[in-house]
Design a protein around this ligand. Structure first.
Ligand code: IPM
Ligand code: MG
Length: 363
């Protein structure tokens, strides 16, 4: 059966790492293991330059029609002054919202070959395997009102709205519990119920939902303490579920534990279709477009490849192939190949293409 992908490389290193994904797809198709067909579209600054918007309606339709969207990265100083509603990030946020991708899975796994590249001591991060489950279509990212108003006395007033309804909390909590069942069965739910009403509701709904999961050990943690514990003793965590904004921040911190932001993949999933059981999904590296190194061929393609592995796993149920790709990544690291961001003494520094080719060769 043919699987359809929609590739959105975006800006900066997004285009460079997506070129490697195309090689990977060609290899997988040639091996007979997959039958991917794909189209490529524009998002972020690239879409703004071509169409004056951060993603065109035509490309949104293609994203909605595809079995999975593979996303690179957006943004760069070139678009610092475009109108707020057309800034590159608006394309990403529209994709998340219009595809209904409420569940963002961000695994932070420390490859043992990279334990020295982490900013924490080896013993704190070696073997680390955390999954952050971030709510992605609600909270302060999308809440209204969201505005800056003139007060008439020379002052301005800015408002963002943190808003959650119970169904939004319930469904993300259940995603976290379901995933925890396939791992360590332990979930930390992070909020700020000591100062926020949305946190009070968050905790109430999560505690109610866990009653359907008697095998899951649920812990409440305040989000600020979660940040501290992540850098103090990260291995105490298995799955962490949290809202859109806390998830954004905590996942960057978790990423760094693994050695480099260039290593972290993510999957953004919608609800299963009641008829077909299929979910809308988008896969993207957690890192950004890295304008400082764009165009030099030195970007780390691993987060992009690991995101593709998550697509194999979550959209296409090709678990064996996903494991093979993850293993190929870890083997290449064991062999001592490194892009600049994870370079260590005694290792061989390689380009984006060399790293990708080596991973594909291991497959
Ligand atoms: C992320 C990014 C995005 C976010 C930006 C680019 C809008 O930081 O995916 O973590 O804040 O969600
Ligand atoms: Mg972020």
């Amino acid at each position: 059966m043919t699987q359809s992908l929609f590739l959105l490389p975006g800006d900066g290193i997004g285009t460079e790492i997506m070129a490697e994904v195309e090689k990977l797809i060609a290899h997988l198709n040639a091996s007979g293991k997959t039958d991917f067909v794909y189209e490529t579209g524009l998002v972020g600054g690239a879409a703004y330059d071509a169409h004056g918007v951060a993603i065109s309606d035509a490309d949104m339709d293609k994203a909605l029609a595809a079995d999975a969207v593979i996303f690179g990265a957006v943004g760069g100083p070139k678009w610092d002054d475009v109108p707020y509603e057309h800034r590159p990030e608006a394309g990403l946020l529209r994709l998340r919202k219009d595809l209904g991708l409420f569940a963002n899975l961000r695994p932070a796994i420390c490859y043992s070959a990279l334990a020295e590249a982490s900013s924490l001591k080896r013993e704190l991060v070696e073997g680390l395997d955390i999954l952050i489950v971030r709510e992605l279509t609600g909270g302060v990212y999308f809440g209204e009102p969201k505005e800056i108003t003139e007060l008439g006395n020379g002052q301005k007033r800015a408002v963002d709205t943190q808003v959650y309804e119970s169904y939004e909390i319930d469904r993300i909590a259940r995603v976290a519990f379901d995933l925890a069942r396939t791992r360590g069965k332990k979930v930390h739910s992070a909020d700020k119920k000591n100062v926020m009403k949305s946190g009070v509701l968050w905790d109430e709904v999560v505690r109610e939902a866990v009653k359907d999961y008697p095998d899951i050990e649920l812990h409440h943690i305040l989000a600020d303490n979660a940040a501290m514990q992540l850098v103090r003793n990260p291995k105490q965590f298995d799955v962490m579920v949290t809202d859109n904004l806390f998830g954004d921040i905590l996942s960057d911190a978790a990423a760094m534990l693994t050695g480099s932001l260039g290593m972290l993949p993510s999957a953004s999933l919608g609800a299963p279709d009641p008829e077909t059981g299929k979910r809308k999904a988008m896969y993207e590296p957690v890192h950004g477009s890295a304008p400082d190194i764009a165009g030099q061929g030195v970007a780390n393609p691993i987060a992009m490849f690991a995101s593709f592995s998550m697509a194999l796993r979550y959209s296409f149920e090709m678990i064996e192939l996903a494991v093979a790709l993850d293993t190929a990544i870890s083997d290449v690291l064991e062999d001592g190949l490194r892009t600049g961001d994870i370079m260590q003494t005694g290792c061989r520094k390689v380009t984006t293409a060399e790293m990708a080719d080596a991973i594909i060769a291991k497959l």
